[in-house]
Design a protein around this ligand. Structure first.
Ligand code: LLP
Length: 463
């Protein structure tokens, strides 16, 4: 039975299990800096402002639903990651979390590299001027066309995900008269403590080549013999939204063990290891993510210690944070359309977006916070469920949230920490028009991805 299936029958949300939601916060008007981006505050009128602009003003100009991205926050997070890892390591922003040409330019300016995992992401990166050598190309089933484009463009590395791909990339590189720098993605057998669908390093899943059974060692053997490839290192990504460093510790230890085996067998010390992304962020006030400098310190210490024990030179480390950079930088602004109190249960608050702009709640049981942002209120807290406007009862944006009891149609509410995997996973379900992404900085707002229009939908439908 599926994880979230329930027997058919009348019972849906009618029984709230014990401990299903926490107590209401002491102050519903407070915007917890843990979950809101750094320039967010309330002005004297009680409105949320970001980059100095109020939500009512932003709504007038850009409409709802819309994602508002705090550019200063994004840049500051890039710098924090780059500074934390320093000159002897590389930070690759994982574009799958959210990618646009403006973002690529910011990354370039802030000195970050970029991880892409499709031809579309590659084109976006190149068209915004990211130097190809600063791009890593990922994916468990890259097409020959994608590989061809990546090699031709001169990407800094391709991360090989299967035995077939080792040969494919070597062949394409050779046909182009090139030697492609590659890493091999291994699965280290770690179960990250996260949702099953976003954990990626246990063995029973589609990514990478298992360390177990000598498979990764065999992959290294093959890669080293092929002229079209320059094997620069080993890659491991253990999952997403991880808070606990223990998984990274085991992963680093196992990757270093492989490096030692490679040295013993081939007399080659591979110069790099990539520990992937996956660092968690605060979606609610209960989450306690680590700062980049803690993460950098912990990871570099683990790798140096293990290398020293194995008598290896410490390789250059790279990491691939996506969510931890862009996640906290944006919020989604919605207008309340209907408010439906259900006696003894909760109040359903319908907004003008939903699972088409944030699929994470439906897909991963993700938790989010929400706040009334067009005004403050002294009304009592009421238990709500914030839902979208789609024809589906699983269309939930925030499963359990307290909002003031005087909430009414026309109010604006905002869901923080939607910068990662919301616009990038948005859909046109029910022919919804995907919302714009608006970058805000120093009293100025500018659309970086525009709102879809019905003409956009009809253009794809060739009739
Ligand atoms: N590197 C690799 C090889 C990855 O596969 C991923 C994410 C990352 C880096 C970045 O992970 P992050 O730091 O953003 O957690 N849609 C899911 C997350 C899927 C992540 C897939 N790979 C979600 O909404 O939670």
């Amino acid at each position: 039975m599926s994880r979230s299936a329930h027997p058919a029958g009348p019972r849906h949300a009618d029984v709230l299990p014990e401990g299903h939601y926490s107590a209401p916060p002491a102050d519903l008007n407070r915007l917890d800096p843990k979950v809101w981006s750094r320039t967010v505050e309330r002005d004297e009128q009680g409105q949320l402002t970001v980059g100095g602009l109020s939500v009512t003003r932003l709504r007038e100009e850009f409409g709802t639903p819309a994602y508002f991205l705090d550019e200063d926050d994004f840049r500051a997070r890039c710098r924090a990651w780059a500074d934390a890892f320093g000159k002897d390591a590389d930070v690759f922003y994982a574009g799958k979390a959210f990618l646009s040409r403006a973002v690529v330019r910011w990354l370039k300016e802030e000195g970050l590299n970029l991880d892409v995992c499709s031809g579309g992401e590659l084109s976006t990166a190149l068209s915004a001027g990211m130097p190809a050598e600063r791009i890593a190309f990922h994916g468990n089933n890259k097409s020959t066309d994608e590989i061809h484009r990546a090699v031709e463009a001169g990407v800094g590395r391709i991360v090989l995900d299967s035995f077939q791909e080792i040969v494919r990339v070597a062949h394409i590189a050779q046909s182009l008269g090139k030697r492609q720098r590659v890493q091999i993605r291994v699965t280290v057998g770690v179960e990250a403590h996260t949702h099953e669908f976003i954990a990626t390093a246990h063995e029973d899943q589609k990514f990478g080549i298992a360390l177990a059974g000598g498979q990764a060692a065999e992959a290294v053997r093959r890669a080293l013999t092929l002229d079209g490839l320059e094997l620069i290192g080993i890659h491991s990504h253990i999952g997403s939204q991880i808070f606990d460093m223990a998984g990274f510790e085991v992963s680093a230890r196992r990757v270093v063990q492989l490096l030692a085996e490679v040295r013993d067998e081939h007399g080659v010390e591979l110069p790099e290891i990539d520990l992937g992304g996956g660092l968690g962020i605060a979606y609610t006030s209960d989450d306690d993510p680590r700062e980049p400098h803690h993460i950098a310190k912990a990871l570099t210490e683990i790798v140096s210690r293990e290398c020293e024990a194995a008598g290896l030179r410490t390789p250059r480390i790279s990491v691939e944070p996506g969510r931890a950079i862009v996640g906290p930088t944006a919020f989604t602004l919605y207008e309340v359309g209907t408010v439906k109190p259900l006696e003894g249960l909760r109040t359903y608050v319908s907004v003008d977006g939903g699972m088409s702009d944030n699929i994470r709640t439906a897909l991963y049981d993700a938790e989010y916070s929400v706040a009334l942002v067009s005004r403050t209120s002294d009304a009592e807290p009421m238990l709500t469920r914030v839902v979208g406007k789609h024809c589906e009862s699983g269309d939930i944006v925030v499963r359990d949230a307290f909002l003031p009891a005087d909430l009414a149609p026309g109010d604006l509410i905002a869901v923080p920490a939607t910068g990662a995997y919301c616009r990038s996973m948005a859909s046109n379900y029910n022919h919804a028009l995907r919302p714009p992404v608006v970058a805000v900085q120093d009293g100025e707002a500018r659309v970086i991805v525009r709102r879809e229009t019905e003409e956009d939908l009809l253009r794809l439908d060739v009739g």
